[in-house]
Design a protein around this ligand. Structure first.
Ligand SMILES: [Zn+2]
Length: 238
């Protein structure tokens, strides 16, 4: 009887494990984050105390988890990959439904080729107030959240670009999609989250095809030297 019970338990485990895996592939994406458990935790450029300190974080702050290296945890900090001691962070998983209709999501697939934050100045700005997603010309660009198109034109450094206004949890946000190859929306249109608004290109000041994506809290404000009212989109995607 004991042997039979063991067999049944193992079968149940296998079945539930399989169900979880297939459900997560179809309906949800799991990402990992870390929560800081100490104040003044140093953020370094590499996985040892020999590396330069580039910042300090406090209890309760959360960051995207990128991996581990020895006793160090790699996190996304200020748009770059940085390291903190694994002793003072706690890893946790977040599962988000790909069918979420509220909040913001990534507007295109592809690697982040330049993060949000301080920039060298070689391209004419010392603060990069958005993120760059590198992808081939023609890759679809989707509305990051439900909202209304307030700009759709070819102009200046942004080249072909679209701006949208959104109200999420009672707060107004403006999103910017720049360097597009093509635009498929016009001013005044109301757009559902995830609808195609254009395709990735290299129009305006762009060195190679990519999407330059900005998020502003409130109306659009430009600054090439500071964040102004821009926010790091990576902190908003669900
Ligand atoms: Zn950019």
């Amino acid at each position: 009887m004991k042997r039979l019970l063991t067999t049944m338990t193992m079968t149940a485990l296998v079945v539930s494990g399989f169900a979880t895996t297939s459900a997560s592939k179809v309906e949800a994406a799991t990402t990992y984050k870390v929560k800081v458990t100490a104040d003044g935790l140093r953020v370094r450029t590499g996985p040892s105390t020999a590396y330069k300190i580039v910042g300090s974080v406090n209890t309760g702050q959360t960051f995207n988890y990128l991996g581990v290296s020895g006793s160090w945890t790699k996190i996304s900090y200020g748009g770059a990959s940085r390291y903190v001691s694994s002793t003072y962070v706690k890893k946790y998983s977040t599962t988000t439904s790909s069918k979420a209709t509220t909040g913001f999501s990534r507007p295109a697939s592809g690697p982040i080729t330049q993060g949000y934050g301080a920039a060298s100045g070689v391209y004419g700005y010392t603060f990069h107030n958005g993120i760059d997603i590198g992808a081939p010309t023609g890759t679809p660009v989707y509305a990051s959240a439900a909202g209304k198109v307030i700009t759709s034109r070819y102009y200046g450094a942004y080249g072909n670009h679209v701006m949208m206004t959104h109200t999420v949890n009672g707060i107004q946000y403006t999103t910017v999609y720049a360097h597009l190859n093509s635009r498929s929306v016009s001013v005044g249109q109301t757009i559902a989250k995830g609808s195609k608004i254009g395709t990735i290109g290299a129009t305006g000041n762009a060195f190679g095809a990519h999407l330059h994506f900005e998020m502003h809290r409130g109306p659009y404000v430009y600054s090439g030297t500071s964040a102004a009212n821009s926010v790091n989109p990576l902190n908003y995607f669900n």
